[in-house]
Write a protein that binds this ligand. Structure first.
Ligand code: NDP
Ligand code: OXD
Length: 310
């Protein structure tokens, strides 16, 4: 039976994937949505949002690849139970996230936002410069991205900690795990970075009770998902001085509606979900590698555990 790979996401990036596939796996026809060909031939699908009718129209699908690192955008009720789902693990996403979080941490650490505001007011005023060794950073999520970010931040000398679901060990990083480890992690964290996947257990985790456990005046960087954050709790924590600043790359909903308080809040810096983007060339290479692994019966890199939700 004929086989094909179907790509359903941004077509411009899809054309770059197509070039990579033509070069490295010419025997596998590569199609870009909506040019599906015979859907019975589709064995592999890469999508940000898969078509809703997978079980009926794509009965021969063997693997579903997310074109992003997250899979919370998938409606698992419409994805056949036994279909392997693979999230994107590729160097382009990692490098982009490391750049963004480094930029955000350094800008908070060196009062960049304060100086931009002072410039608008025509005010020449210096603030004490603290050494990195006195600013404690903490990352929620010690996965592919959290670990890469911590490695880079550690190189500046920031004392680093991380929090995960299961216990982890990382050189130079104080590791905490599970609900019992959260308080100790938060109490020592001046700049908190959220790099968790969005699941039933992590939805709304960035809430007042969590903010209250941080040192007074701590900063938040949310690069996970908008629904990790309880927005009103952030506004209250900023107003009360419990948090001093927030850098938000993700919001709920996206785009953030006009008139929302975050647009003009002097202590909130916003970007439109651009912390990191899948890079077509390296993403195609990662998927090609996984296809070879699948054909050889090897474990897939980034295979989602549906019981954990990530
Ligand atoms: P991984 O799956 O590699 O890592 C997830 C980490 O979160 C793991 O350490 C895991 O713990 C931990 N975790 C999950 N659930 C819990 C929980 N209930 N309590 C404590 N820790 C938990 O994911 P990635 O690092 O690749 O990506 C993380 C997220 O970043 C993505 O899901 C996506 O939402 C977001 N993202 C945002 C982008 C942007 O542009 N803003 C771009 C790309 C990704 P354990 O180690 O025990 O499994
Ligand atoms: C992703 C994202 O999950 O872009 O890759 O947020």
């Amino acid at each position: 039976m004929a086989m094909s790979f179907l790509y359903k996401s941004d077509p411009v990036r899809g054309a770059l994937w197509a070039e990579r596939f033509a070069q490295h796996m010419p025997e596998l026809p590569f199609r870009i949505w909506p040019d599906t060909g015979d859907t019975l031939d589709v064995r592999y699908l890469a999508a940000w949002e898969p078509p809703p009718d997978l079980a009926t129209h794509y009965p021969n699908l063997e693997v579903l690849f997310s074109t992003g690192a997250g899979i919370d955008q998938f409606d698992f009720s419409s994805i056949p139970e036994n279909l392997p789902v693979v999230r994107m693990v590729e160097s382009g996403i990692v490098n982009g996230m490391v750049e963004y979080v480094t930029l955000a941490v350094l800008s908070l650490h060196r009062d960049w936002h304060t100086y931009r505001q002072q410039q608008q007011e025509g005010r020449w005023q210096t603030h004490r410069v603290y050494p990195a060794s006195s600013r404690r950073v903490g990352v929620l999520g010690l996965g592919v991205l959290g670990r890469a970010v911590l490695e880079r931040l550690g190189s500046f000398g920031f004392p680093s900690a991380g929090w995960s679901r299961s216990p982890q060990q990382i050189d130079g990083v104080e590791c905490h795990a599970g609900p019992d480890g959260l308080q100790a992690f938060l109490e020592r964290t001046d700049i908190l970075i959220c790099l968790l996947p969005l699941t039933d257990s992590t939805c709304g985790i960035l809430s007042q009770s969590l903010f209250d456990q941080l040192p007074r005046g701590a900063c938040l960087i949310n690069v996970g998902r908008g629904a990790h954050l309880v927005q009103d709790d952030l506004l209250k924590a900023l107003e009360a001085g419990q948090l001093s600043r927030a850098v938000l790359d993700v919001c709920e909903p996206e785009p953030l509606p006009p008139g929302h308080a975050f647009w003009t809040h002097p202590q909130v810096a916003l970007t439109p979900h651009i912390a990191s983007m899948t890079q077509p060339e390296t993403a195609a290479d990662a998927v090609l590698d996984n296809l070879r692994r699948h054909q050889q019966g090897l474990p897939l890199i980034g295979l989602v555990d549906r019981t954990r939700g990530y």
